[in-house]
Design a protein around this ligand. Sequence first.
Ligand code: FES
Ligand code: MG
Length: 572
Amino acid sequence: MSKKKLRSQEWYGRTGKDGIIYRSWMKNQGLPHHLFTGEKPVIGICNTWSELTPCNAHFRDLAEALKRGIWEAGGFPLEFPVMSLGECSIKPTAMLFRNLASMDVEESIRANPMDGVVLMCGCDKTTPSLVMGAASVNLPTLVLSGGPMLIGRFRGKKIGTSDIWRFAEDYKVGKLTQEDMIEVESSMSRSIGHCAPMGTASTMAAMVEALGLALPDNATIPAADSRRKVLAHLAGMRIVEMVKEDLTMDKILTRKAFENSIMVNAAIGGSTNFILHLTAIAKRIGVELDLTDFDHFSAKIPLIANVQPSGEHWVEDLFYAGGMPAVMKEIQKHLHTDALTVNGKTLGENITNAQCWDRNLIGTLENPIKPESGIAVLKGNLCPNGAVLKPSAATPSLLKHTGKAVVFENIDEYKAKVDDPELDIDETCVMVMKNVGPKGYPGMPEVGNMGLPKKLLEKGVKDMVRISDGRMSGTGFGTVVLHVSPESAIGGPLALVQNGDLIELDVPNRSLNLLISEEEFEKRRKNFVPTQLPYERGYVNLFLDKVNQAHEGVDFDFLQGSSGSEVKRDSH
Ligand code: FES
Ligand code: MG
């Protein structure tokens, strides 16, 4: 035990009135007095269990394994719930509430007697919201992810979330009936866990493993595999030691850790949502990181993991092939192997014995799955503060393309017009959607990979250039330009695009431009009428007021930084 008095003793170590208040009610749970005397570190278990977040619905069970580990190592576990965001259920988009959940997490950790915390994360937004909130408190913190689902099976084929977009197109052109679709949905989600491809949930689980916030193999052990519970047990044992070592988050989350995470995200062809979440986490912990870092550090890393949507297989397969340690080992010459991780070892030490068991799943630097991966950050007169594109999910021949804009002013206009046979569009056009940014929607939904017009799908068109200020699901793919900043709703240049304008996308040169004269640009700027933002009451009102733009991480301006873990005043 370290000589430093445990933080929880500021509550439980008190005498007189305060002591009785902080301890007595706790004892109604049958907890003996010796748990409160400061011998055992109190470990908060921040649990996003919810039946409305099906990806995290197994977390009560997983928490039991975690508690066994905490008890075994001499800790005292106390589990608490926080707001849980289910990607598949929440309207208008879970992203609208990521910052709200992070506030819940931050204040719950700070206000309560705990010495360390385990963040139980799974579905897309549950990881960034918990890590962001915890980073603003900075206790010893370890992330335990819930693990991916088992691979789905439909009529003899392996399927997962990334197939939804293909199934939806088949349904649109009559290749699948509604009955077929019901069979698809039952076959796809057949086990506990989050989405089976390298969507945002698994990207986030890989992100925390690469940052050093989680134990090795956290990202890939399937939720249904008993080794997930073993990992939880070991995580419980380890967090107790982390408290004794005072291994706080800021010691793990260094600039080197962020650079590692960007490189690893390229190696796995991770979600574009990674950019927003990692940027927000960096700003919470006080590490300088900007959009150009994502391009710079991912540029030298090819696609190593052959996992959907950038590759062919599934996160479950990746686990059997060696998991993230084996992937990271392939790119180790680029990584900062001296970066410290939660198990007290360096990243380099964690991967030194890793092995690849299947070269179909894990490529090498010399012989990668795809030569280009990572994130291309675009600049130009359409996106002065940047826009992003994921080359591994795009069609190579479209990466340099000039086409006529077909503009949808908002999501409603898109839905009303996209399948209209009269719509003036062919496969050389550039589809543009406005008003799906942080403020415009609001909440920046995953609609950027807008489905192609029915008449073009029927012709066999598979991809087109699409541009918006929105996001794309981590399972999505296509030549899709996202996160255009500033967004159209606040007068970003995207708002000025008109039907028929020529747009030039040049990914090799990292540019995105609207080909109109400067005079015409100025004229349109003068005539621009801002979108009426829905200034509703409550949280949405706060969101519209305080949210920053995509290139800044879509966090609230007042949440950047940390308030530490100290609370000076008592409750009574
Ligand atoms: Fe939860 Fe995909 S819906 S991870
Ligand atoms: Mg998603």
